[in-house]
Ligand binder design. Sequence first.
Ligand code: MG
Length: 292
Amino acid sequence: MRFVRYRHGDRKFAGVLEGEHVQRLDTTGLGGTADDLLAVIRVWEDSGPSVVRTIEPTLQLEDVRLLAPIADPGRNIFCVGKNYREHADEFAGSGFDVTSRGESLPSHPVVFTKPASSIIGPGDRIDPHPGLTSALDYEAEIAVIIGHGGRGISTDAAWRHVWGYTLLNDVTARDLQQQHRQWFIGKSLDTFCPMGPWAVSADEVDGTDLTIESHVNGELRQRANTRDLIFDIPTLISTLSAGITLQAGDIVATGTPAGVGIGYDPSRFLVPGDVVSVSATGLGSLVNEVGA
Ligand code: MG
């Protein structure tokens, strides 16, 4: 099933997307607000898809404004750096990677986080933060949404903890990433986490075979498949959960393929008016324009 959060009039709701129709979800009794998709995911883990009850009205997709499927996961978004070989190489060769200590490929997953406050939805503008950065870059990523939480999850058990997927753009200020010698600030500025356009439950897509692409102003920049990940989704879940209890609604961004702005010579950074599209098999297209 495809799930959305949306604004209709001046109110927000959660819904199910079928074709071009949005059916409102009945979230009463789940303890959350009308747009609390996270509450649905939590209950889904105990009761399965039977938690999904829809109520009127059914709307046309074009008549609602889609929002990020999860507005606030309750803590930071887990992110993985350098998880596609060709991207690890382009980053190492760009001069912006000050953390690698010379190794070409990471021996363990490189994990950092972005605050939930950086999340924006499809169609929202990316703030270019003029005066703060002059090296604005895009990173198309598949994001895993955790269902069943837990600690010490084995790679064999990991798929059972995946509720579903969405798309994410790990927007990065390369100059801040370089200057601060640690990635948090450069990846956490307001609006630096476009997410959506919807969340898909895991039964609908194969996480081992998802092709992800990015386009800037219609030009293909990135294209890869999750089978090319250095550390696959079960390994990421096992690594994170070894000592951190994962919770329903946690989001794990799995890393970006080669073809980001710093992968070009000269670099091709984003400027106001650029339109970035992140798309993947079955997950739709997440489109955001860089604001002024
Ligand atoms: Mg990234």
